[in-house]
Ligand binder design. Sequence first.
Ligand code: GLA
Length: 385
Amino acid sequence: MTGTKQYPIPVQLEPFITSNTLIVRSPGRINLIGEHTDYNNGFVLPAAIDKAVYVTIEKNDEEIIFLHSVDFNESVEIKIADIKPVPGHWSTYILGVVDQLIKREHPVLGFKLSIYGDVPLGAGLSSSAAVECAAAFALNELFAFGIERIELAKIAQLAEHEFAGVKCGIMDQFASLFGKKDNVIRLDCRSLAYEYFPLKLDGYKIVLLDSQVKHSLASTEYNVRRSQCESGVAEIKKRYPHVESLRDVSLSMIEECINQDTIIYHRCRYVVEENIRVQEGCIDLLNGNLTAFGEKMFATHIGLSEQYGVSCKELDFLVEAVKNMPAVVGARMMGGGFGGCTINIVEINGVDTLIQSVTEKYHHESGKELKAYVVQIEDGTSLIS
Ligand code: GLA
């Protein structure tokens, strides 16, 4: 996993490359199952994909950071001493990483970083985590800080908390940094122990259907879900003092401790059920039982929509539209919710028909142009040449 990987350097970054430039690729991610479980210390099953963020980086002799985004055709220049969050702006994810490095007393000096990516923004493929991980990895290489990958993931996660205001779990940053070609990662978000599973999708493809919507309440509601789970834990802890997170909770404990008429009850039940689905789903994959795995994906969608309240009409429509197609084994909304993509496991022969038919239906229903991506699983963050 270490060393330089052979991925093509995007032509868009060629003007920024000199003999001193390092080039880093950091991918977006999918998640097969295990949604909103990461910040509840549960299990997730993500993988890095063939859509990535690329940065070029080199030192300069000033105490100044020069950033350039090819996608936004915009440059930012800032003294290291002056960095602060710029929520909503692409630079905040990079500056947030610098801030974390400085807080950990890593001596960041002046540098010039240019960035380009093909991870669709706002599509739930973790473009922000890809940027954070690219920046963290690139700075670690440039200044030879010797920070381990897992620490880079935590630095990137905290950059998101403090400079983007989203109290995310560790899944996205972990998947970007630890991804492995053709493998999914079963990550225990409590111990951070992980295992790679070769994803044998003989005859099937992973198809993402991008709703092209990102509802503005996404990050606020995300933080609300997190605190609702914490409230549930606080309730349960009154009777079971050893409980630290929903990971330590069983369905019967929820029944016993939380009033069924409350929102907190439904939120907590979803998380505990989802953790069970991830564990059982891994067994399905190991047994090559895609049908059983696909059923769990549909069940996850219902949970996210009805119990956890993070879907939206566009995502529900996209899952409903494929549910009875014989080529589809499983589908659900993916990521934080309130827009972005659905993830679908589809028989190869049915992929084109599915995309065509859902595109038409979706346009008719919403007036929006669906985008579809057939994704491959690729390696995580690395230098490239
Ligand atoms: C976002 C967050 C992740 C995770 C997912 C939901 O992608 O960044 O940490 O919580 O939502 O599973």
